[in-house]
Design a binder for this molecule. Structure first.
Ligand code: ZN
Length: 117
C-alpha cells in the first residue's frame, strides 16, 4: 500500500493515476484527475475536500526544513545566510512532492474508498 501512495495510485483499484502527469513534469505537478481513469472512483469527493491536506503538506515542509537544518548543522556548520538559503531551497524543491503526497494521503484516509486488495 505504501507504494500505491508514493506512486499516487487510486485508493480503490490501485491502478489508476490520481495525478494527470508524472512528477517529472514539474510545472504541472498540481493537475489531478477528477476521478479514477480505471475504476471511476471520485478523487475529489466534495468541493474543498483538500483544504485539510494543506496541514499535512505544511507538516512535511517543516519536517524537511528541520532535516535540512540538522544535516547542515551536523556536517557543514555553515554561516547563517547559507542556512536560510538552504532551508528555502529545500522547502521549494520539496513542495511538489509534499503537495502530492499530502493529497494522496488525505484521499486514502478520508476519501471513503475501500481497499479492494
Ligand atoms: Zn481506481
Amino acid at each position: 500500500m505504501r507504494n500505491h501512495i508514493w506512486s499516487g495510485k487510486c485508493p480503490r483499484c490501485h491502478k489508476g493515476d490520481i495525478f494527470k502527469y508524472p512528477l517529472s513534469q514539474l510545472t504541472r505537478f498540481a493537475a489531478m484527475n477528477k476521478e479514477c481513469p480505471v475504476c471511476g472512483a471520485p478523487f475529489v469527493p466534495e468541493p474543498g475536500f483538500y483544504y485539510g491536506a494543506m496541514f499535512i503538506s505544511y507538516t512535511f515542509t517543516v519536517a524537511i526544513m528541520v532535516a535540512v537544518w540538522l544535516v547542515l548543522y551536523v556536517f557543514v556548520n555553515p554561516s547563517d545566510w547559507v542556512y536560510g538559503l538552504a532551508l528555502v531551497l529545500g522547502a521549494a524543491l520539496f513542495s511538489p512532492i509534499s503537495f502530492r503526497l499530502s493529497r494522496v494521503l488525505w484521499l486514502y484516509w478520508f476519501g471513503g474508498h475501500k481497499h479492494n486488495s
